[in-house]
Design a protein around this ligand. Structure first.
Ligand code: NAG
Ligand code: NAG
Ligand code: NAG
Length: 300
């Protein structure tokens, strides 16, 4: 809010008594009775009621200097002073008048995320990058769009764009499978989420066994699909009707043209009595388990 500037401007006006200001909201104040030391708190109350006439005069030399703007500068609600544009993901004003949340910075546009409606959330306009192509930075990091790159470049001297598209890399495991204990006869599934460019293939194996799962085992199945984010792949290994022989270490192996990486997790299969004991003993641990996934990394 440019109140500081408005107050400053009004102070200057009150000092230059000989000048006249058409459309000034204080024009009916008698110039000669106005005290030279104007009471600022009084002024603040007056300016609380928004009135476009505040913007009639623009004195750029009175504007505070906008510094540290990672998304460039935009004009304030009077179209006079520069201030920092909002970053990707920040709330913004849908109209271009910069009245409440502020305006989005360069390469960003203010948009309402319709998908919030489906999730029962109140949609709030947010700054979204106008361009959604990933770029590879000279630091070897993939930036999902030019806005994220520019934000990083602002605070990293010498950071440049090495190429369009993500950085080519050996696959990275974003979400590894987690250890699971379940009862005989129950079912379970491991998830493995991978980022890779070029695109990767995911395979599941059981340690000590060369077979790529599911092999010909009908109670094991594997499903893979793209996502949840661009350049990512998710794969599930599902085992139904668990038998004691299913216990062991399972490994998700992701490989592309540049190499491969793997992550493993242990499956424990317990009989009904063991399972009951395990649950009662490990209740707090089970429910305190952190299933949150980190989807909003900017780079990999
Ligand atoms: C703004 O100020 C002018 C004159 O100072 C006045 O005529 C007008 O009604 C005001 N508008 C609002 C919305 O307060
Ligand atoms: C354990 O088995 C039950 C019953 O099949 C299933 O609903 C549950 O998701 C399994 N737990 C895990 C961690 O897979
Ligand atoms: C509870 O969990 C720990 C490790 O997570 C395990 O060593 C222990 O055997 C479990 N308790 C039971 C009764 O299985």
């Amino acid at each position: 809010m440019p109140w500081g500037r408005v107050i400053l401007a009004l102070m200057v006006m009150s000092l230059r008594k000989t000048e006249t200001f058409p459309n000034n909201k204080f024009e009916d104040i008698e110039e000669d009775v106005q005290p030279p030391e104007f009471d600022l708190t009084l002024l603040e109350d007056e300016t609380d009621s928004k009135n476009t006439s505040e913007c009639d005069r623009c004195s750029p030399e009175l504007c505070p200097v906008a510094v540290g703007c990672r998304a460039g500068v935009v004009l304030d609600s009077c179209g006079c002073c520069s201030e920092c544009g909002n970053l990707e993901g920040q709330s913004c004003d849908l109209d271009s008048r910069n009245t409440f949340y502020g305006l989005c910075g360069s390469d960003l546009q203010c948009k309402i995320d319709i998908s919030d409606l489906g999730r029962g959330e109140v949609p709030e306009p947010q700054c979204v990058c106008k361009f959604q192509e990933a770029v590879c930075g000279s630091d070897g990091r993939t930036y999902m769009n030019i806005c994220q790159f520019k934000e990083a470049a602002f605070s990293t001297a010498g950071l440049s764009i090495k190429g369009n598209g993500p950085c080519q890399t050996v696959p990275l495991i974003k979400v590894p499978p987690h250890n699971i204990v379940n009862a005989t006869g129950s079912s379970m599934s491991f998830l493995c989420e991978v980022f890779a460019y070029p695109m990767a293939l995911i395979e599941w194996r059981k340690d000590g066994n060369d077979v790529i799962l599911p092999g010909d085992d009908p109670h094991i199945s594997v499903q893979s699909r793209g996502g949840p984010m661009k350049y990512e792949l998710s794969s599930w290994l599902q085992i139904e009707d668990l038998a004691p022989g299913d216990a062991g270490t399972y490994r998700c192996v992701a490989h592309n043209a540049l190499g491969s990486i793997s992550a493993s997790a242990v499956l424990g299969v317990l009989g009904p009595d063991e399972m009951a004991a395990y649950l009662s003993e490990n209740m707090s641990e089970m429910f305190g388990y952190d299933h949150s996934r980190d989807y909003d990394e900017d780079y990999y």
